[in-house]
Design a protein around this ligand. Structure first.
Ligand code: TRP
Length: 457
């Protein structure tokens, strides 16, 4: 079997490029927008602890499994999964894992581009000076003003998707590779600058207290499901993004160590973002940490607007968020593009425009969820809430569960042995233990309890 073959899409220049790419995929709106508000509305510390446990016990093993399948197949997630299923002689229905993933990816990309568009809009809004000295009411009004304007949302969503196409069109080395090598160091630099600002000007102690103090009472099964969904979402696992990136990983790179580095970076960015946001929020009287999705777009501008020089820093903050979203969204686009190229034998350019076009159309529903369709609800969800919930909390865990079962019990031993070469015995043993006995049960338990809780409360 062609274990060492080269794929048609090329490969990363080095292990380091893979680390930057996977970190770029992982670090995104999930870390900066979602994590702080989900942690905030689930009581802080206890949620953070469960979240970190999910990263280590479920996220890391699943991520390693994905990279392993991807690097073995060296194709899009759908075809890499097909190959692993064939080589292992497993039931062909296991191939659906690749499909769930790519469909979830397209759905996520469609709403991700809309939210990323808000961040782009806020770069302008913050630097315009319009928000000088705003209060809670005017900040909500400014946010509502954006949301109620479909044309403005569509313009930003379109621009954001074009930015993604601009990168993915360049291919693995010249497009994605160069983009992540430039964007990620920039992102870390900006994050550190903002952290310094938060320590100097914000209420850093209150932020630390909030993120690291345990309030077990505030935690529900729903919260635990959200913590796990968040771990999947933030590590970009369960949909094949990491499988696709793994397909471009050099054969000599050590999977275990590499993935631990990526998971560490990702958690560090989530926690640092949380510290920055809550330091600023707690320094401003009258703002609640549990403000929900509006936390970043309403509470932060108020806080920034009340600080000397704050608006400029605020603009910088939204540049940071936009860059993070950009380097994530390209990892949602790439697997679909790679698959379309393989399946239909078309050029990368064409595949990019087709997939981005589909994501654009699907995204219109999310745009309208905030204005003209806001009152159309399905089981209490708007179109946007529904997509967000079924992707992060249902599709990603289900495909994650299937991946753990497939890699834990069915995959051909050869594949593991080849791909795990170089990874230390101890890590392999720990990994096998988690992927076989811990991750699948944890995912299933949390999933069932969380969904039960969601629909009974
Ligand atoms: N991880 C990204 C974030 O935290 C989002 C993302 C990128 C993603 N690719 C993904 C989520 C694949 C799930 C699956 O914002």
């Amino acid at each position: 079997m062609a274990l060492q073959k080269k794929g048609m899409h090329g490969a990363w220049t080095s292990r380091w490029t893979f680390i930057m790419a996977a970190t770029g995929s992982a670090v995104g709106l999930g870390n900066m927008w979602k994590f702080p508000y989900v942690a905030g509305s689930n009581g802080g510390g206890a949620f953070v602890l469960i979240y970190l446990a999910c990263i280590l016990l479920i996220g890391v093993p699943v991520m390693m499994a994905e990279v392993l399948i991807g690097r073995h197949g060296r194709q899009s997630p759908i075809n890499s999964m097909n190959e692993a299923v064939h080589v292992s002689g497993a039931d062909l229905r296991w191939r659906s894992v690749g499909w769930i993933g790519v469909v979830a990816g397209l759905l996520i990309l469609s709403f991700y581009a809309v939210i990323a568009g808000w961040a782009l809009d806020y770069i302008l809004l913050m630097s315009s000076g319009e928000l000088q000295g705003i209060n809670g009411a005017t900040a909500s009004a400014a946010f509502d003003n954006l949301l109620s304007n479909p044309g403005r949302l569509i313009a930003w969503q379109t621009l954001f998707l074009m930015l993604c196409v601009g990168v993915v069109i360049g291919g693995v080395k010249k497009g994605l590779g160069i983009a992540v090598e430039t964007l990620m160091p920039l992102l870390f630099l900006m994050l550190l600058l903002l952290l310094v600002f938060a320590v100097l000007k914000g209420n850093f102690a209150a932020a630390v207290g909030f993120l690291f103090s345990f309030d077990l009472d505030a935690l529900t099964w729903r919260g635990v499901l959200e913590a796990m969904g968040q771990a999947f979402f933030t590590l970009s696992i369960g949909m094949g993004a990491i499988m696709a990136y793994g397909a471009y990983m050099p054969q000599d790179a050590n999977i275990g160590k590499t993935i631990l580095i990526v998971a560490f970076f990702d958690s560090a960015v989530a926690i640092i973002s949380g510290l920055i946001i809550f330091s600023i929020v707690f320094a401003t009287p009258g703002i609640e940490p549990s403000a929900g999705p509006g936390l970043m777009f309403i509470s932060l501008p108020v806080a920034f607007g009340g600080m000397p020089g704050g608006l400029l820093i605020g603009a910088l903050f939204f540049v940071l968020v936009s860059i993070a979203a950009w380097s994530s969204a390209i990892s949602l686009l790439e697997p679909c593009v790679a698959w379309l190229m393989e399946a239909k034998n078309i050029s990368r350019v064409k595949a990019n425009f087709i997939i981005a076009g589909v994501a654009w159309v699907l995204g219109l529903g999310s745009v309208f969820s905030f204005n003209i369709w806001a009152d159309y609800k399905f089981a209490g969800f708007t179109y946007f809430d529904f997509l967000d919930f079924i992707t992060a909390n249902i599709m990603l865990p289900i495909s994650g569960l299937l991946i753990t079962l497939f890699v834990g019990y069915l995959i051909k031993r050869d594949i593991i042995d080849t791909e795990m070469q170089g990874t230390s015995e101890r890590i392999i043993r720990l990994w096998e233990l988690t992927i076989k006995y811990i991750a699948p049960f944890a995912i299933a338990l949390v999933f069932i309890m969380g969904v039960y809780d969601k629909f009974t409360s």
